[in-house]
Design a protein around this ligand. Sequence first.
Ligand code: GLC
Length: 547
Amino acid sequence: MALTLQAQTAVAPGTACTRTFDVKPNSTYTLEVKMRTASGSDAVTLETSGLGAHDISIPTAKATWTRFSQQLNVADANNLTIRIVAGTGNRYDAEFDSLSIRRTGDYAAPSGNSPRRREVKTHLGITMQPDEKIQWMRDARIGMFIHWGLYAGPGRGEWYMENSGVPVKEYERLAYPESGDWYFTAKDFNADSLAVLAKDMGARYMCLTTQHHDGYALFDSKSASAFTSMQTHGRDFVKEYVEAARRAGLKVGLYKTLINWRYPGYFDPYGTDCAPNRFGHQTEAWHRYNAQQMKAELYLQTYELMSNYGKIDHLFWDGGWLQQRGTDEDAAPFWESGKLMEMVRELQPDIVCNPRSGWIGDFTCEEGGGSVKGDVRSGVVEKCMTLGGPWGWCAMREDSTAILSLQAVKRMCADCMVRGMCFLLNVGPDRHGKVPQAVQKRLREFGRWADEHAEAIYGTEGGPWNPVDGQYGFTRKGNKVYVYFLGEYDKDHFTLPPFEGGKKARRAYMVGSGRKIATQQKDGSVTLRNIPVEKGDISIVAVEYKD
Ligand code: GLC
């Protein structure tokens, strides 16, 4: 029987709405829900608890109603709590509708090791990159995301143009001095300093928004209708960025959106059914051709990005949807995402791409500030998030008490590490191109921590055992297992699950200080004694096994 809450419910920014369902232990359930915010840059996340060790969270930052379906494995619980969380930096309510759970079968909790597996699939005629081409990303673990564009001027997030329905001509003024305090001067943009900051925060790759949904390109383009930084500032910021990243020895990532709000055809791709919008566009037959022009510009600009800047390692697609609704996959027939990816692969045979173009992706994303929960991920998964608020610059980023605390950033990073994920942390430089001081400071503090704990982070895998949310989790490399205590573990001893066939530990020590940790071994299990775990903070113990 399905338990359904039909009524549409709104959740105010920074708050959560909780629903509890009675469930049967040892069962699988299918959860279905529709969620939305009025702005695609706002976050709405769904979290579950009561599944035992491995709760899940569904991250989203989608424009308008998006359907989600998720299988839940209930081990030993009698009830399940579902929390719909609206991001603290949201400007609009998050809404959900038709939340239901349905029992779909029996479930037996797995015991023991959790081997990490990535399945290489073919979708829309394109096969995912083999493991060896994505290994660099698995090893890199931490990246720096950069959201920068004209929206840095108004400081109301990168969805400002759409959220406020700013007409194209008026929005363009942000690129010129006449817009005064909102003028995107870009005078302090220094790609080398950004690369230094990325290294200081422990990042091994970077990813820059070459063009966001407002259509302003930070690169040169031959497209007749393109609006670019080359025209407005005589600078190709993508070129500056790519060269600086390479000089610093960082892998190069580019963010590119598919959609473009400059085209009314985006809201009305077939000229028959214009989606509600704040620009005043209505259904018109010619929109169909305008939408095709938007698509042609996407193909040309992707060609330019993939051909003019040497080797690109990472491509972060975004905005694969259409008309502010549905999922990226829904819009794939319009964009011909397989064809788009075929071009990308031809020009950049080694590149790895996310799934937001509607094609399946070499890796997947978990987007936004929601907590990271559940098992070690089976493929390569990149968690991207900001330090609070929207992705683009906003005034709160100048305030060190308003952005995420160092503890919170470490926790998010640790939650990613023990699940084998990458952690892509966003900065939004201001309209001059400077990263706020408060953000720089936080990233450098975090980078010092990452550096001290480098052996438990870089080049490690998640596992060998699944984490327990909030309590502990593991990474491994060679003959060492790193036990992460995630802040809620409150005992001074810990027994690691045994390896199949048994393995003995040679020694254990605190990562960072190197302080020795006493071990006790019995029946193939290793127990750590007197571990100095600190509540609310991350501590990591290395356990070196005998071969
Ligand atoms: C969402 C937002 C977009 C942001 C992206 C980052 O898709 O719509 O504004 O750039 O998340 O992952």
